[in-house]
Design a protein around this ligand. Structure first.
Ligand code: FAD
Length: 429
């Protein structure tokens, strides 16, 4: 027995790309269904979308993949400005904090009023040396995001112990608790989300697509006029399943991975969201405080990325933790690490391939017949990605009109993924 769903649009992938799109389209009353991989434990399927040292492999669910690992920074261009570039990317990204703030205040294209708490700004601090200080100053002039020098008495608790040689700036780029974000986007979607142990087939012709999924022994077929692939690292496999990977007109349907080895620190740590800036244009450490995880009383969890996560790909877990301790002692010598324990995890950024292997600047959208592939490039770009996909769908002849059934007919709804470091088996060192 197959369950049949019909909608104008189907999306595969419950990361930020798929979730934002479904939320925006749901507000506009579009007929759209979001298919989210959420395999039930013990069904024998292996569904890791990333490998990790942190306990068991990823279990699927809403946000699983790059999104749940994301540091939640709604970039407004600071990172680009640090490199002295006023690129296409910095112009496009400069508008993102405003669009997210509108959503947080309930006047945007999706409603994120339920999402609290979040930091409305992050901090940038220099780690000594003239070069680092100059880069900090350059940043304050080069971007539209408000960057203000913070006097010692005004600094957040985590940066209050900094000595005279350290400059601190505040940057108007909000930082969001990612799990809370996923929950807030998903909550109103209810029946328009379908959990899947697996997508087993995609068939396409000139009229549209059929996606076949299985969940807990049941099969469903979703018929839609267009399919949007928002499956991150899973996009190439799904395109191939649809028989479309050969049809590409450019190399953009191909994916590139940029591996990261992230560090997680947990203990009596102060709240901190920001970048430690060294002599290079890349932040030495990017530290965000994870909200809504399972830290104990009086404890906080820091997610640590930046240069250490890129260079740390070649290190094993013990070496990466040793390096993290060294870097924290160098960049935040006034913060005590007594009682702080560490874990690490590996996750690949999955992006559209670029000719030079560098990170794409902006979201990438490509259409192959009735199938559109969408790569946000950054969490912050989710609103722009939705605009671009919508433009592509309109260009393909779809009316994008309101209306249509969203009945899930009792089909299971996906759960919100847990933070990787909260999964069973995480070994803290
Ligand atoms: C460590 C890290 C930190 C980051 N920090 C930031 C930041 O601070 N700010 C920022 O703007 N960006 C950040 N990014 C980038 C950002 O997280 C990503 O660009 C974004 O999350 C990608 O979203 P996505 O929805 O395309 O992919 P994903 O989040 O990877 O979601 C893809 C979804 O598709 C599902 N899927 C995969 N294969 C299949 C399949 N075959 N069938 C069905 N479903 C499938 C997966 O389970 C997953 O849920 C960070 C990235 C990383 C890795």
């Amino acid at each position: 027995m197959q369950t049949l769903f019909q909608a104008e649009l189907a999306i595969i992938g419950g990361g930020i790309a798929g979730l934002w799109m479904q939320a925006a389209w749901s507000v506009r009353g579009r007929s759209s269904l979001l298919i989210v991989r959420d395999p039930k434990p013990g069904n024998g399927l292996s569904a890791p979308s990333h490998s990790t040292n942190l306990g068991r492999p990823s279990g699927g669910g809403l946000g699983d993949g790059q999104t749940i690992w994301s540091q939640g920074i709604i970039h407004g261009g600071l990172k680009y400005a640090l490199g002295g570039e006023a690129t296409r990317a910095s112009q496009a990204i400069a508008e993102m904090p405003g669009r997210w703030l509108a959503a947080l205040e309930g006047r945007g294209e999706v409603d994120l009023r339920g999402l609290r708490p979040f930091a409305d700004r992050q901090h940038l601090w220099t780690t000594g040396g003239v070069l680092a200080r100059l880069a900090g100053l350059a940043a304050s002039k080069a971007i539209r995001t408000p960057v203000e020098r913070v006097e010692p008495a005004e600094r957040p608790e985590a940066l209050r112990g900094a000595g005279a040689g350290v400059d601190v700036y505040s940057v108007g780029e909000p930082v969001l608790p990612v799990r809370g974000l996923v929950r807030a986007l998903a909550e109103p979607l209810g029946d328009s989300m379908l959990a899947a142990d697996e997508v087993v087939a995609i068939r396409s012709d000139a009229d549209g697509v059929e996606v076949e999924i299985v969940c807990a022994g049941r099969t469903a077929v979703i018929r839609a006029r267009r399919l949007v692939l928002c499956a991150g690292a899973g996009n190439p496999g799904l395109l191939a399943m649809a028989g479309l990977s050969e049809a590409r007109g450019s190399s953009v349907s191909e994916m590139q991975r940029r591996p990261l080895h992230m560090v997680v620190a947990r203990g009596p740590l102060p709240m901190l969201n920001g970048h430690a800036l060294g002599a290079s244009s890349k932040p030495r450490l990017t530290i965000t405080t994870a909200m809504g995880d399972q830290a104990g009383p009086g404890e906080r969890t820091w997610l640590i990325g930046g240069e250490i996560a890129e260079a740390g790909v070649a290190r094993d877990e013990a070496a990466q933790i040793a390096e993290a301790r060294r870097e924290l002692a160098a960049c935040l010598p006034w913060v005590s690490l007594a009682g702080v324990r560490f874990a690490t995890g590996r996750i690949d950024r999955a992006e559209a391939r670029t000719a030079d292997g560098q990170k794409p600047d902006v979201p990438v959208v490509r259409r192959f017949g009735p199938v559109v592939v969408a790569w946000p490039t950054k969490l912050a770009f989710a609103p722009l990605l939705t605009d671009q996909v919508e433009a592509e769908l309109v260009a393909s002849g779809l009316a994008m009109s309101a209306g249509g059934g969203r009945e899930s007919m009792g089909w299971p709804v996906p759960r919100v993924a847990s933070y990787p470091w909260d999964r069973e088996g995480t070994a803290w060192r």
